[in-house]
Design a protein around this ligand. Structure first.
Ligand SMILES: [Fe+2]
Ligand SMILES: [Fe+2]
Length: 213
């Protein structure tokens, strides 16, 4: 059912099933990471609404904000505390093509973690369902940008290359926990390969750029 749903929502990109089986002791570490990541997603979506974005995007971002708010509340109640406070929203790129790629990238990363979470917590399936919708929306927007003027398309591709170069360190931070040690290598490889495949398929990266990392 998931594969069918994923195909339907995300369009042309078929979703790779996850073959990594985390041990149950990893659950707490994974939930901790979700608490941070969902807070970051919420702040980013709020910050994005303050930028000059197309009106259909603005409408989507309002619903997106509600979803991330709901996810955050779920993790807060599961863990029993709130994430670290912030004085101000994170800075996001002002140019829409750059911002679109960045949100697409982080949502894709969140989607991979949501898939992992589901292996330990099948009761949290609605999170994965929402993340598929988020990724699907930004994927369509990115494709639209890539079909636009050559300047816009190049801005999106340059943003993707820059984001892609930072990704291994981001992933490394996320998988850094003693309990995740036995899975660290396979997790990083899986996540990087999945996102590489996604970016190459949408046309944001070509294979050679991806290999250079
Ligand atoms: Fe989320
Ligand atoms: Fe999301």
């Amino acid at each position: 059912m998931w594969v069918r749903f994923a195909y339907h929502v995300v369009g042309m990109i078929s979703e790779l099933p996850i073959s990594i089986r985390l041990s149950p002791e990893c659950e707490a570490a994974l939930l901790e990471r979700f608490l941070k990541a969902e807070a970051m997603a919420l702040w980013t979506v709020r910050s994005a609404q303050l930028q000059d974005v197309p009106s259909n995007v603005y409408t989507f971002l309002r619903k997106h904000e509600e979803d991330e708010q709901k996810h955050l509340a779920q993790f807060e109640s599961l863990i029993g505390r709130q994430p670290r406070e912030r004085d101000r929203l994170p800075a996001v790129p002002r140019q829409w093509p750059v911002l679109a790629v960045q949100i697409y990238g982080y949502e894709s990363l969140g989607l991979e973690f949501a898939r992992l979470l589901l292996t330990l917590r099948p009761d949290l399936a609605s999170i994965l369902e929402d993340e598929l919708v988020h990724v699907g929306f930004f994927e369509r927007e990115v494709r639209r940008l890539l079909c636009g003027s050559s300047d816009v398309a190049e801005q999106a591709r340059a943003s993707a290359r820059a984001w892609w170069r930072r990704l291994p360190r981001t992933v490394e931070r996320y998988v850094k926990a003693p309990v995740l040690d036995p899975f660290r290598q396979s997790l990083s490889t899986h996540i990087l390969e999945t996102i590489e495949r996604r970016f190459v398929t949408t046309g944001l990266l070509n294979n050679k750029e991806a290999l250079k990392g």
